[in-house]
Write a protein that binds this ligand. Structure first.
Ligand code: CA
Length: 278
């Protein structure tokens, strides 16, 4: 005869196998995943949560697959998409032209992130700040794919997105890449480096109106580090804009923004330096 406990065990096993009793991930921006997608978190249940995707990639001997992971850039874990095959980048933005995810969002939404980590999204300005403030320097990667599948990339080294009290101001270092430098150089005299972030409900830009509200073919620009206004804007979902590389005449289909520790500057901790014995 079946005992009560064996029936309880069978019931619990059924709950676990159907996902009804799955481990609930503790992450501040878990709203970037649907509850069905929680099982896609590749390091769910691991004891150690790394600071960023690069930590994971390096720790795995460059073997971690692309996907969603828990990371912990500051006190609280968050979920992020890791572009591992390209060297452990933490993706902070991904957009597809004519994305169903609306990028015309409020300050609060840009602060805490929106969209879907497995598709189009903004990771969240608070988390981009936590990642880029270090310890150690970070660099910003840009990846653009045009309608003919030609890919262009670029890196700003270092990058810092300042905190909310500084209106998430963007600080960029030297640029290199196959794409044009659209953030620190602009023939139209719009410089994005050193600009504060602007959203439709918070105007920090240098234009007499709010750049985030200006529409092109009925679509607003979305949040960005506007000047007066833009030589690049990867958050306008009908026209991904990056000077001559991506614009309304030369359409781009996809864009990504991502960060990883700068390789050019190594952190030297006092304990790493052996004192020479004389
Ligand atoms: Ca303005």
């Amino acid at each position: 005869m079946e005992t009560l406990s064996s029936r309880v065990v069978a019931f619990l096993s059924m709950l676990i196998s159907t996902g009804a009793l799955a481990v609930q991930p503790h992450a501040k921006n878990i709203h970037l995943l649907s509850s069905e997608e929680h099982k896609f978190i590749l390091n769910l249940g691991h004891k150690e949560i790394p600071r960023d995707c690069y930590d994971l990639w390096e720790g795995s001997g460059a073997k971690s697959p692309d996907g969603v992971y828990l990371i912990k850039p500051a006190d609280t874990p968050i979920v992020a998409y890791c572009a591992m095959q390209e060297g452990g980048w933490t993706v902070i933005q991904h957009i597809t032209v004519n994305s169903s995810v609306d990028f015309d969002r409020s300050w609060e939404e840009y602060k805490l992130g929106f969209g879907s980590l497995t598709g189009n999204h903004w990771l969240g300005n608070d988390y981009i700040h936590q990642l880029t403030v270090g310890p150690g320097r970070y660099k910003l990667g840009i990846k653009l794919v045009d309608k003919d599948a030609v890919t262009k990339t670029g890196e700003y080294d270092p990058v810092l997105v300042e905190g909310e009290d500084a209106q998430y101001r963007l600080r960029l270092g030297l640029y290199q890449g196959t794409a044009l430098d659209a953030l620190t150089l602009d023939p139209e005299n719009y410089l994005h480096d050193n600009q504060k972030f602007t959203t439709k409900d918070r105007d920090n830009d240098n234009y007499y109106q709010n750049c985030a509200k200006l529409q092109f073919q009925g679509v607003a620009g979305g949040g960005w580090w506007y000047d007066a206004c833009a030589g690049a804007n990867l958050n306008r979902r009908n026209v991904i804009y990056w000077q001559k590389d991506c614009n309304k005449e030369h359409l781009c289909k996809y864009a990504w923004m991502m960060v990883k520790p700068s390789e050019t500057v190594k952190i030297i901790r006092p304990a790493d330096c052996k004192r020479d014995e004389l």
